[in-house]
Design a protein around this ligand. Structure first.
Ligand code: HSE
Length: 319
């Protein structure tokens, strides 16, 4: 297969951006080079030399030699501006921004069609677990009946540490932040919002069902109390924050994010720490179980890397 050379303009150089820089250094066979990195904070000390950095997004957007934009910034509104501008300029885009994708799914789809350029976002959903690519390619004819899983690494980490290692909630959250798992506003994790954004992306790729964040209930882990933990311990259960979606007989979709007691015979029971796990159920295959690291610098960068690699052979989602 002949592969394109990719000249990348990168937006954001935080935990995942630095991870991507590292993994690209270690994968020279992929002809992909980060030529320029756009960052916000002029004073922040960077892990690599200053010559590649800019503070002006147009230095990337107006550079015709850049054929791929990788968007790894925190702010969903700014990310949407960048991603839509890049698509309009005919640049392929890789993004890890689940909030931006969930909020603007339809517009992003239209832009891809109108300008005939792909947008890939495997890293936006369960970090290293290749769930979107599987939903896109494997279940084309064997239609999905349900999808259920742990899709937020930080809350799973917090629940694991507080439940099994008796850490306090605050200590566990601090660890999740120090390890680069949590969102910069951790309420997005603990309130179940991040899981909801991911569920919305999964819904679109599982059932072709496009909904908005306001259409789906999300109940986070903040209100789990001593009583629930005590009950779980007594009954040998665990508490997991689960995103769930299933198709009714009439084709109607039910979807929500909610903390749930899980029993030891449930495959999600042993998905601990920062891991994510997803169970799909289809008409013919019965069930599949996917598991992988759901957050962190290199695992998330691995998904971005995979998307970059896919762009080198012009892969795009069929939806
Ligand atoms: N804050 C997210 C999580 C990062 O903990 O799952 C990965 O999407």
């Amino acid at each position: 297969m002949s592969r394109k050379n990719l000249n990348i303009g990168l937006f954001g150089f935080g935990c995942v951006g630095l991870g991507l820089y590292e993994v690209l250094q270690k994968t020279p066979a992929l002809k992909a080079t980060i030529s320029i990195i756009c960052v916000k904070d002029k004073n922040k000390k960077r892990a690599i030399g200053k010559e590649n950095f800019t503070f002006d997004k147009n230095d990337i957007l107006n550079d015709e030699s850049i054929n791929v934009v990788v968007e790894l910034i925190d702010d969903a509104d700014a990310a949407f501006e960048i991603v839509s501008a890049a698509l309009k300029k005919g640049k392929a885009v890789v993004s890890a921004n689940k909030k931006m994708i969930a909020e603007h799914f339809t517009e992003l789809l239209e832009l891809q069609k109108e300008y005939n350029v792909p947008l890939l976002y495997e890293a936006a959903c369960c970090a290293s677990m290749p769930i979107i690519r599987n939903l896109e390619e494997y279940y084309d004819n064997d239609l999905l009946e349900s999808i259920e899983g742990i899709v937020n690494g930080s809350t799973n980490y917090i629940l694991t540490k507080t439940f099994s290692e008796n850490l306090s909630y605050d200590e566990a959250l601090l660890q999740a932040q120090e390890k680069g798992f949590a969102e910069s506003n951790p309420i997005l994790d603990t309130g179940g919002f991040d899981a909801k954004y991911k569920l919305l992306i999964l819904l679109a790729h599982s059932f072709g069902y496009v909904a908005k964040p306001k259409d789906i209930f999300n109940i986070g882990i903040d209100n789990i109390g001593e009583l629930e933990f005590k009950y779980a311990k007594e009954k040998n259960l665990k508490i997991k924050l689960v995103a769930q979606a299933f198709k009714g007989e009439e084709g109607n979709i039910s979807a929500f994010v909610i903390p749930k007691f899980v029993t030891p015979d449930d495959r999600l029971y042993n998905v601990d720490d920062v891991f994510n796990g997803i169970i799909t159920k289809t008409s013919f295959a019965d069930t599949h179980f996917f598991v992988g690291r759901g957050a962190g610098s290199l695992p998330t960068a691995s998904a971005v890397l995979s998307d970059i690699s896919a762009l080198s052979y012009d892969y795009r989602y069929e939806y």
